[in-house]
Design a protein around this ligand. Structure first.
Ligand SMILES: O=P(O)(O)OC[C@H]1O[C@H](OP(=O)(O)OP(=O)(O)O)[C@H](O)[C@@H]1O
Ligand SMILES: Nc1nc2[nH]cnc2c(=O)[nH]1
Length: 182
């Protein structure tokens, strides 16, 4: 993860209602997401997770999308986006997402019961997003084969998660700076 590690140096940190929120191409598209970093992430995820029997990749809007897109191009697997917009399709599953700094409604569409899926996101922090999306996927009747995030924050408590989460790097915010752990 040489490129990703390098790119995390000097990532700015801002306060969102007192939560120290780091800003990076992986998680925000700011500063610009470097193609070499995106490519490295997709290749590492494809290596880290068994995608052999997977039907569909799944990522929550918004910041899971560029990672799932890169992974889809790497693996030729299709993906669906868990959207912040309702469509009203008959099989739509609404879910309520909470993070350390906000909440919103998300909607699962486009999956069929029995589909084998892998959940992809940019970062794991309070675990609220993964818990909510997993609940939605369960309600949709799909088989969640794996869950992978690019970064895991080690300075927040994700609580109990319904799935084992694979991540590429551990990071924390210390003295207003992002620290990448070994
Ligand atoms: O573990 P958690 O505390 O749930 O935090 C992780 C989530 O936070 C961000 O999403 P956010 O809701 O900020 O939306 P965005 O993707 O549109 O930025 C990020 O993309 C993850 O989905
Ligand atoms: N960009 C960004 N997204 C997050 N989602 C949850 N925590 C964070 C964070 O610190 N930074």
């Amino acid at each position: 993860m040489k490129e990703l590690r390098r790119s995390l140096r000097d990532a700015p940190v801002v306060s969102r209602d007192g939560y120290e929120y780091f800003v990076h191409g992986v998680t925000d598209g700011i500063p610009p997401m470097e193609p070499a970093v995106l490519r490295e992430i997709a290749a590492e995820i494809a290596d880290a997770v068994d995608l052999e029997s997977v039907d569909t990749l799944v990522a929550p809007e918004a910041m899971g999308i560029h990672h799932v897109t890169a992974l889809a191009l790497e693996t030729d697997l299709p993906f669906v986006v868990v959207r912040k917009r309702a469509y009203g399709f008959p099989d739509e599953v609404p879910i309520h997402q909470e993070t350390a700094y906000g909440e919103s409604e998300l909607y699962v569409n486009g999956l069929e019961a029995g589909d084998r899926v892998v959940l992809v996101d940019d970062v794991l922090s309070s675990g609220g997003t993964i818990r909510a999306v997993c609940a939605g996927l369960e309600e949709a009747g799909v088989d969640l084969e794996a869950c992978v995030v690019v970064l895991r924050r080690t300075d927040t408590d994700p609580g109990e998660l319904p799935v084992e989460v694979t991540n590429l790097l551990d990071v924390r915010v210390e003295n207003g700076e992002v620290v990448v752990e070994d």
